[in-house]
Design a protein around this ligand. Structure first.
Ligand SMILES: Cc1ncc(COP(=O)(O)O)c(C=O)c1O
Length: 1019
């Protein structure tokens, strides 16, 4: 291929010149032209003999779109100097070739873009809908063509199915072809118009920088245009959008919503989307199978089929529910009869036969919601002992459970939608429960016949369950389900049996009969059973309630109850956010672009108000895990007794002190109990000054020690920020011993000493200023500085210099202490250093406000000048019991060992990511104190990358933090209870998200995109 030859045609034909690069294209030549005028073009040279009419169709369609909808992302076509859009050129072999020159649109093809977010797919749907609107009045003879990619003509697939040798696959395609035949008459009744007909993932261009909203910047290659019902265009785009998407239903929903917003769809069209989408995939796999038979040595054909098969054979995709789902997503009734059924039920509210022998209007509601209830204690395991008691606080008299209530009682893995504990899970109750004594008799609210009846004996299943089929006077069917019955009903009724209104047809089972639950009926209404038959989900994914509210609406009317009484509304996140803005300072900051509200926790998982689970890989305060039963018990026990202060004797105080001392070197003999890390550091300063008579402090840059005046003064992370109070003259900063980014790097064997030597001039300055050296304070491993592990020996060398200058060495172990590091209980042990004061906070109370300072007898004596030291709540009986319990749990549950083991797996997984992804600059840490330094392609701090990754991890339900002077270090610091499967979730998710980042460099120019699939489509 002679690029120069075609480059030479440019000035002659279009009056431009430039550099050509070959782009891919099936049959024709496509070139990217980087023109000397600074613009980019695409030159398309059609193959010899290509009929002009189909190219003419495209050129005219582009002109039509740019006139009717100029905002749509289609390329302009540039006429030749001779004034024609499709000049004829002569190629090197002397053959005539039609050629045309287009504007080159920005962006990368959709196939290569990750993530394919809901909002992006929604935009794609909009563009497609608007395109079909713009094309509605476009006419061209070329549109009426006879070819295999016209979905209207897809019936040919049915005749070629024998080419698919796998009998299961052939059967699957046969079903799809049959479903297509069934809808074909409807399809034919719809108006035809010009459609793009090939919005595949290589024909869609997307642009947008990391973390910015991505845009659809091109819908290219109109070579497959034809005349067909517009829903074919949507179904074809849908067939690509669902492939290998982690949540294909949600992707299709977004596409359809977007399309519907731009070009209103009818329910009839919506019902065609799924069968057409499947048919398009059938055409695609059959076509490529036939091609493979023709070209047996081309492996690409089979590879390219794989995503379609993965989708078609995915058992998790429920096609039966698709019509209801897509209708609901477009705010339409889920079935044609839905509005009539609602009207009927509403009109007869109060007239239905009572379900039980009493008026339910007087029965109180009881909430089992995530926010209101602690059933079950462990949201990942519901033991029968708890199930049989569930809601006991509302009984033993009658009470009712809410519709639309998110609950954690559906704890078994079967309710999860993915492999992890933090995977999406179904939590929202789709029925109303009536809790009543076992044996209570139920009456049919209205007449019907038995649709299904079964005894489901699985763990926490329904036991006896009946589904009744009803009809409105207009003949619209709907269904009611009664779960947790005494299975004796199965002996009396069978499918098809009539049940008269008011008839006593079953009774509540007890826990031995009803799946194991406290006696109640689960009463659910459904307007269709498509896609669920007799196996209705009793609870739905909170993110799919748009569907479930339509399919299984509130059954209140059938119970003669007002809707509101039984309809649960969880606390509204937006209102809480507003209240937060109204009543709190702006610098009380919230994490994440889309903040999370968390109302329950268990070990290292947390739950939002809808019961969505999150893996907590961030919080080091719940050291032994959220909601630890032993902490609950000890706190409740002590509060039952009394809670007082250190002015009275109590064995809990000395027991706590003994426990702490057992973890420390012998020289530590005295404890001070306070309420926070800040208060402990504040006190440490006073002790150091009292002991030395000096005022000056040396501390590493970027450190953090607390939020009070003196604590801020020694926290460069605060005072040195823009708007900070600035550096006090009694404080000297030294460079943080960061051997990745700092002055002395890992290849320097003397770096520990070199960093320590930086303390010398700091000491000298303090002495010159007359402050003297009261001491040195450092986070043993700087955390806000970027999860830094100083080179071994650094602190020991620093302490030696400080001691020589008469100062006191303070180890702030708030972040690093109590076993988190795995190999060490405290960070100073790793450094071979012996501090004079150790400060503990955060984890030591597992969330209860508690700070502890330990020091030597000598220092404590210097401080004891006759003035009382008293901190009202510090060392309260409650605090001491909790603090000791935390330390005991770390020992009893082997959490320090777990920190080491899990930390090692994490570190080796992270190191793998470091070799795989250029944006991972460094992996560091120890145990469960870990940092991942993210960098731009020029090596600078990847602040935006870090923000992006943190927010995307949150999207994937993993909470992690970010840290460092430039906020480019991901910090992973979970509760010490984290398990191997959680570690795997972190690593697998992080790998996927780092893959989205690519080569990001804010300083560098936008990378080139050389993807432009374009054929003339005359195949
Ligand atoms: C190392 C270090 N020291 C002290 C503190 C202050 O502790 P508190 O917020 O409990 O006052 C913190 C808190 O983040 C910390 O990380």
């Amino acid at each position: 291929m002679n690029l120069d030859f075609w480059a030479d045609t440019l000035p002659r034909t279009w009056g431009i010149s430039g550099k050509l690069t070959r782009l891919d294209g099936e049959y024709d030549l496509n070139f990217l032209v980087e023109a000397t005028n600074g613009k980019d073009y695409v030159l398309k040279v059609m193959r010899a003999g290509c009929a002009a009419d189909l190219v003419d169709m495209q050129i005219n369609a582009l002109a039509h779109i740019s006139e009717t909808a100029p905002g749509l992302p289609f390329p302009k076509v540039f006429p030749s100097l001779g004034g024609t859009s499709l000049p004829e050129l002569t190629d090197e072999e002397g053959q005539a070739r039609l050629a045309w020159l287009q504007e080159r649109l920005p962006g990368d093809c959709y196939a290569k873009v990750t993530p394919k977010s809901q909002s992006l797919i929604l935009k794609l749907g909009r563009v497609l809908g608007a395109t079909d609107r713009a094309l509605k009045n476009f006419r061209h003879d070329g549109l009426h063509r006879d070819f295999k990619w016209d979905l209207m003509q897809a019936g040919w697939v049915g005749d070629e199915l024998t080419a698919i040798t796998d009998p299961h696959r052939q059967g699957l395609l046969r079903e799809i072809a049959n479903a297509f035949t069934a809808v074909k008459p409807t399809l034919e009744s719809l108006p035809k118009q010009a459609i793009h007909n090939d919005a595949n993932d290589y024909n869609i261009l997307i642009d947008g920088d990391l973390g910015e909203a991505k845009q659809v910047t091109g819908l290219i290659d109109l070579g497959d245009m034809c005349a067909a019902p517009r829903v074919c265009d949507l179904a074809i785009a849908g067939a690509y959008v669902v492939l290998d998407h982690p949540n294909p239903e949600a992707a299709l929903v977004a596409l359809v919503q977007g399309y519907h917003a731009a070009a209103r769809l009818s329910p009839q069209e919506i019902d065609l989307i799924w069968p057409l989408l499947q048919m398009r995939l059938a055409v695609s796999v059959v076509n490529s199978t036939l091609m493979a038979i023709e070209n047996p040595e081309d492996p690409y054909v089979t590879i390219s089929q794989a995503p379609a098969w993965r989708f078609l054979e995915n058992p998790a995709v429920n096609g039966g529910l698709m019509s209801a789902r897509l209708r609901a997503a477009c705010y339409m009734p889920v079935t044609d009869g839905a509005d009539r059924i609602h009207a009927y039920l509403n009109a007869h509210r109060g007239e239905f036969a009572p379900l039980f022998d009493r008026d339910l209007n007087d029965v109180p509601m009881g909430s089992l919601s995530v926010e209101n209830s602690t059933w079950p204690q462990n949201p990942f395991h519901m033991p029968l002992s708890e199930a049989a008691q569930v809601g006991a606080e509302f009984g033993p008299d009658w009470w009712m459970g809410y519709y639309n209530e998110p609950r954690l009682i559906y704890a078994e893995p079967g309710f999860r939608k993915g492999p992890w504990k933090a995977s999406d899970r179904r939590t929202v109750h789709l029925a109303v429960d009536v809790f009543a004594p076992a044996g209570s008799l139920l009456h049919a609210p209205l007449s019907g016949r038995v649709e299904a009846i079964e005894n489901r004996t699985g763990h926490l299943d329904y036991g006896g369950v009946v589904i009744l089929h009803h009809e409105t006077p207009e003949g619209d069917p709907f269904y009611t389900l009664y779960g947790h019955l005494d299975p004796e009903v199965c002996d009396r009724l069978k499918p098809g049996d009539p049940v008269a209104q008011g008839a006593t047809f079953c009774r509540l089972g007890d826990a031995t009969q009803n799946g194991g639950w406290a006696p109640h009926v689960h009463f659910q209404l459904a307007l269709t059973t498509d896609g669920m038959q007799n196996d209705w989900p009793g609870v739905g994914d909170p993110d799919e309630m748009y569907l479930w509210h339509g399919v299984c609406p509130n059954p209140a009317a059938l119970l003669n109850l007002p809707e509101d009484k039984v309809y649960y509304q969880p606390v509204n996140k937006d209102e809480i956010l507003q209240g937060r803005h109204d009543h709190f300072g702006g610098n009380l900051s919230l994490t994440y672009d889309d903040p999370v509200m968390l109302v329950r926790g268990w070990k290292h998982h947390m739950f939002d108000e809808w019961g969505r689970p999150y893996l907590d890989a961030y919080n080091n305060v719940p050291h032994v895990g959220h909601a630890h039963p032993r902490i609950q018990a000890v706190a409740a026990d002590q509060l039952k007794r009394m809670n007082s202060n250190t002015r009275y004797l109590h064995p809990a105080q000395t027991a706590f002190a003994d426990k702490i001392m057992s973890k420390l070197p012998e020289q530590f003999e005295v404890c001070f109990f306070v309420n926070s890390g800040t208060e402990a550091n504040e006190l440490a300063l006073r002790l150091a000054r009292a002991h030395t008579g000096a005022k000056g402090m040396v501390t590493p840059d970027h450190g953090y020690h607390g939020n009070t005046n003196a604590a801020v003064a020694i926290s460069a992370y605060k005072f040195n920020k823009p708007g900070g109070i600035g550096q006090a003259d009694w404080v000297e900063l030294v460079e943080v011993a960061d051997d990745y980014r700092g002055s002395f790097k890992r290849d320097d064997p003397d770096r520990a000493q070199k960093y320590a030597d930086l303390v010398d001039p700091a000491i000298a300055t303090l002495q010159e200023k007359g402050h003297g050296v009261a001491g040195f304070i450092a986070e043993t491993f700087p955390s806000v500085g970027g999860q830094i592990i100083p080179p071994k020996g650094y602190l020991a060398a620093v302490y030696e210099k400080i001691h020589a200058a008469g100062g006191v060495c303070i180890a702030d172990e708030v972040q690093t202490g109590l076993g988190r590091l795995g190999d060490h209980y405290f960070g100073f042990e790793h450094q071979g250093a012996l501090p004079d004061i150790v400060v503990m906070g955060k984890p030591i109370g597992n969330g209860h406000p508690l700070g502890v300072l330990v020091t030597t007898k000598a220092i404590a004596e210097s401080f004891d000048n006759g003035i009382e030291f008293f901190s009202t709540f510090g060392g309260s009986t409650l605090s001491c019991r909790i603090g000791k319990e935390v330390l005991d749990i770390v020992d009893d549950e082997g959490l320090q060992d777990n920190a080491r083991e899990m930390g090692n797996i994490l570190i080796s997984g992270l190191k793998e990511l470091e070799t795989e992804f250029g944006c991972v600059g460094d992996v560091r840490g120890m145990g469960l104190f870990l940092g991942l330094e993210l960098i731009n392609s020029d090596g600078s701090e990847g602040t935006e990358i870090c923000k992006y990754v943190k927010n995307r991890m949150r999207d994937h339900r993993i909470l992690i933090g970010s840290e460092g002077p430039k906020d480019n270090i991901l910090k992973i610091r979970p509760p010490l209870t984290i398990e191997q499967e959680d570690v795997e979730m972190i690593l697998i998710t992080l790998r996927a998200i780092l893959g989205e980042v690519g080569e990001f460099s804010p300083a560098a120019p936008v990378p080139d995109h050389h993807h432009h699939h374009a054929g003339c489509g005359c195949s």
